[in-house]
Design a protein. Structure first.
Length: 202
């Protein structure tokens, strides 16, 4: 029997997940020479992110005259991209420039050991009441590219910085929020936006 419109409407007993209810927590690697507390600034400036994909690689197996069976042999994890609003002092660009410079210094081009530049990155998703409902950790993550910033005299908007992230794998987690339980990173961002609106010049 087909569902009617009333059954469809009644199925939404909870809020629908929204893409703007998130925060990204980057644990700053101590080796890159940046204040480890800078992760809080990055959480407030991360304008968009993605929950990366996971898929299984398959192999065909055939036994005698039976139909071919497909078996999973390993997992594949899609790359992730983070987009940041760039502050007036260009600190977000400088941070990721420094990270890539540590990985592959331009004075020698001798790569540093992987264990010294990877870090966990946590992506949190919240409901409309700011309750943490889903989270994943990108294990052993690091940036692979700092994308270009387009400068243009005819534009008066703000710069956005796209960072491509690679990692070993991701896993679901229930993390401890970076800020105190009374104020999540998402709430801090909402407060900051309200303050900016209040401080607009007359």
């Amino acid at each position: 029997m087909p569902y009617n419109i009333t059954s469809f409407i009644n199925s939404f007993t909870d809020d629908i997940a929204k893409p703007n209810r998130f925060e990204v927590i980057i644990t700053v690697p101590p080796s890159i020479g940046v204040d480890t507390n800078y992760g809080r600034q990055l959480a407030l400036r991360c304008e968009s992110a993605d929950l990366p994909s996971r898929s299984l690689s398959l192999v065909d197996q055939k036994f005698g005259s039976n139909p071919i069976e497909r078996h999973a042999i390993n997992s594949y994890y899609g790359a992730s991209t983070l987009n940041f609003i760039v502050s007036g002092d260009m600190s977000e660009r400088i941070f990721f420039d420094n990270w890539l410079e540590y990985i592959n210094p331009t004075d020698t081009f001798n790569l540093n050991y992987r264990d010294t530049y990877v870090t966990p990155i946590t992506i949190n998703q919240y409901d409309n009441q700011n309750n943490l409902v889903y989270a994943i950790e990108l294990v052993d993550a690091f940036p692979t590219s700092v994308n270009q910033l387009d400068l243009d005299w005819s534009q008066d908007g703000h710069l956005k910085l796209a960072i491509n992230i690679e990692y070993r794998y991701w896993r679901p987690v229930v993390p401890t929020p970076m800020v105190n339980p009374q104020e999540t990173g998402l709430q801090k961002l909402q407060t900051e936006v309200k303050n900016i609106a209040v401080l607009q010049p007359l």
